[in-house]
Design a binder for this molecule. Sequence first.
Ligand SMILES: NC(=O)c1ccc[n+]([C@@H]2O[C@H](COP(=O)([O-])OP(=O)(O)OC[C@H]3O[C@@H](n4cnc5c(N)ncnc54)[C@H](OP(=O)(O)O)[C@@H]3O)[C@@H](O)[C@H]2O)c1
Length: 362
Amino acid sequence: MSEGMAQRIRELRKAKKLTLEQVARVVGVEKSTVRKWETGMIASMRWDKIASLAKALGTTPAYLMGNRTETAAPAPQPVWEEAAAVTFDDTEGVDNMTIGFIGTGNMGGALAISAAKVLSGGQIYLANRTPEKAAALAERLGAVAVDNDSIAVECDYIFLGVKPQMMQGLLDSLRLLLAARKTPCVLVTMAAGLTMESIRTMLGLDLPVIRIMPNVACRVGQGLTLYSCSADVTAEQKREFLRILSASGRLEELDEHLIDAGSAVAGCGGAFACLFMEALADGGVTCGLPRDKAMRYAQQMLLGAAALALETGEHPGVIKDSICSPGGTTIAGVRALEQGGFRSAAMESVIAAYERTLELKK
Ligand SMILES: NC(=O)c1ccc[n+]([C@@H]2O[C@H](COP(=O)([O-])OP(=O)(O)OC[C@H]3O[C@@H](n4cnc5c(N)ncnc54)[C@H](OP(=O)(O)O)[C@@H]3O)[C@@H](O)[C@H]2O)c1
């Protein structure tokens, strides 16, 4: 790592009035590591750390690495509404808030893990029907294991992480406590197929609601969370909500009537992609590759293809064409996929997931 890069990190952090601790929290490292980066005491940095450090400092990886043609201004992100675009100045008060997760299963747990990268453990309350599950996660995150009622009484943001069919019973049990609150709170629902209006109707109270549709990649900070806010969610509450989930990956606001369709692609699509990943690896094994290598190559290839399409903005068809030489190996494989009805099957998978969501709503 060059002295120039260390200097740029130092200067940017000071210009943005960020503490070492704030930067460390966003990047997911110790404060002492940021200090070592600033003093050039670390010989090299991993690419993913450079990328998240750049994000925390509001610049681009290229600028940090010394590309003089890049300015210190953030790279334009026309497609995504980045939670990271919320600056620390915008989030005054976040340090005093308390958030609670009722239901710490796959999705609630994943979001609690990402919230713990932004808030301190003491600000995160966890409750679960089987309390041992919440207690184990709380121990891991330094968070507080409590019961549902404590969350209803104390938390500013209440994440409802139970299955849709459990929601009515849960809201029945929380109604009186929520109605008696003197301080405002926001309900954040992740339940597939349940609208904000249905949550309010089930609860019988007009509390502000944010509906989110996250995906499992939130666990590793690479998720996509679609969200809609009820009209009574204030700009301040929305900013705080974005800050809470800022380490989970990308966030995009979407009209509520499109959330189910978005979820069929961005949520269910993760399982479809994993099926493809596994099948590619199986093909590699059939051709003689050891299983672990075949799997790793398939994983990195899919990650790279997605990054290429996202970063260049090129249509996937253009990228595909650039890999297929005339009479070559790749086009032979494309032919095999087309013969198997691959594209049609992929489209049908999304439509089937969407139609099933509509069925479950009835
Ligand atoms: N999984 C996904 O990829 C995904 C993506 C987007 C949205 N979602 C939504 O996220 C929600 C949770 O899904 P999931 O996959 O995380 O399910 P899950 O793994 O089964 O988690 C649900 C959790 O809720 C707990 N629970 C049930 N009733 C409760 C109650 N009354 N009080 C407190 N905790 C209670 C369960 O406790 P036990 O340990 O006792 O079972 C369980 O840990 C669903 O509404 C789903 O639609 C999931």
